[in-house]
Write a protein that binds this ligand. Structure first.
Ligand SMILES: *Cc1c(COP(=O)(O)O)cnc(C)c1O
Length: 355
């Protein structure tokens, strides 16, 4: 039976990315060796890193003066690597959910942290707006898409201080004004590749100013200067990242990804709003296009498990909501298809007709 993959991360990738990566795993560029067993310094691998980097710069229209590096450790390592490199005295964090809070916790190890705004009061069902950002912050940290709660900010915010963003779950889904940011980071396994590589986009003139001695591996300069080859980088994830970037480019770039994301999300949210069994979990204006969260209406609460089983029988995978929200979450990253969201909506309609 056909499966419709709504996993939140690692998540669905374009079929051709998986097939092309599988081919290279069997025989890398006709060398007779697997992509898994070549040296990262092999002359055929450098062009892969170069192309992945060049495509990210092209697709996000990254201005001069920024570097793109590939690291290990996930976005979670960035929670501490960001403050290690950039927190001199005081940093500001906007608390919009689990990941934002985890980032904030790590920063406290390096200096003073101000929680500039928070939506914890309403279980992260909205994104705070109209808060004052102190002018004396070293940086403001912002999470553009809240993967667990299903809220998102698809417009680059204005900050009077250097802006740093965790874009793990919505990078490459819309055009971004990179010039507004000092750094952008993203674990690649939501929208760019398989798990194992983290992309960091960093403004060069902000590097080397840390007021502390940094371990070599934690200093962004190490990786910028060595072109992400200071140590062995995650070879296969970088390869599949390059393939995904080719796919994004071939499918119209981030503008088209944005259009498709809006189209898919509208199909699902319209059904959530129409269907008597379900309701959305967050305020309408902050709804994420990437992670669509919904629950059973109160009077149908006992139908949660039956709907899950019903949808699973029809091939839906990964629609269980995160335990801190409950209900359902349909993740619709770039590779998600209109066919996939239509199959989910059909399941919701057919289930409604039975009740
Ligand atoms: C998944 C996710 C993370 C954690 O990523 P890891 O690569 O697992 O460390 C951090 N932030 C956001 C917004 C995420 O969606």
């Amino acid at each position: 039976m056909k499966k419709y993959n709504f996993n939140a991360g690692p998540s669905m990738l374009p079929r051709e990315v998986i097939e092309n990566t599988a081919k290279q795993i069997l025989d890398f560029n006709g060398s007779g060796l697997s992509l898994m067993e070549i040296s990262h310094r092999a002359k055929d691998f450098q062009p892969v890193v170069d192309e992945a980097e060049a495509l990210i710069k092209e697709l996000l229209d990254i201005p001069q003066g920024y570097s793109v590096i590939f690291l290990g450790g996930g976005a979670s390592l960035q929670f501490m690597q960001i403050p290690a490199n950039f927190l001199m005295k005081k940093a500001g964090y906007v608390n919009t959910g689990t990941w934002a809070k985890k980032a904030q916790k790590e920063a406290k190890l390096f200096g003073e942290v101000v929680e500039v705004a928070s939506s914890a009061d309403k279980n992260y069902t909205y994104v705070p707006k109209n808060y004052t950002i102190p002018a004396d912050l070293d940086y403001l940290h912002f999470t553009t898409n809240n993967t667990i709660y299903g809220t998102e900010t698809r417009k680059d915010i204005d900050a009077p201080v250097p802006l740093i963003a965790d874009m793990s779950s919505d990078i490459m889904s819309r055009p971004v004004d990179v010039s507004k940011y000092t750094a952008i980071y993203a674990g690649a396994q939501k929208n760019m590749s398989m798990a194992g590589v983290t992309v960091v986009i960093v403004k060069d003139d902000m590097l080397g100013k840390a007021p502390r001695e940094l371990a070599t591996m934690l200093d962004y300069r190490t990786h910028v200067e060595k072109g992400s080859m200071f140590n062995t980088p995650p070879v296969v994830p970088i390869y599949s990242l390059m393939e995904t970037m080719r796919w994004v480019k071939a499918h119209g770039g981030v503008k088209e990804m944005d259009r498709l994301a809006q189209e898919r999300a509208k199909i699902v949210y319209d059904e959530i709003d129409r269907n008597k069994l379900f309701r959305g979990t967050v305020v309408a204006e902050d709804r994420s296009l990437m992670n669509i969260c919904f629950v059973m209406n109160d009077e149908y609460a006992e139908l949660e498990k039956p709907f899950f089983d019903f949808a699973t029988e029809r091939g839906m995978v990964g629609i269980k909501g995160h335990r801190s929200v409950g209900g359902f979450r349909a993740s619709c990253y770039n590779a998600q298809t209109i066919e996939g969201v239509n199959a989910l909506v059909k399941a919701m309609q057919d289930f409604e007709a039975q009740h």
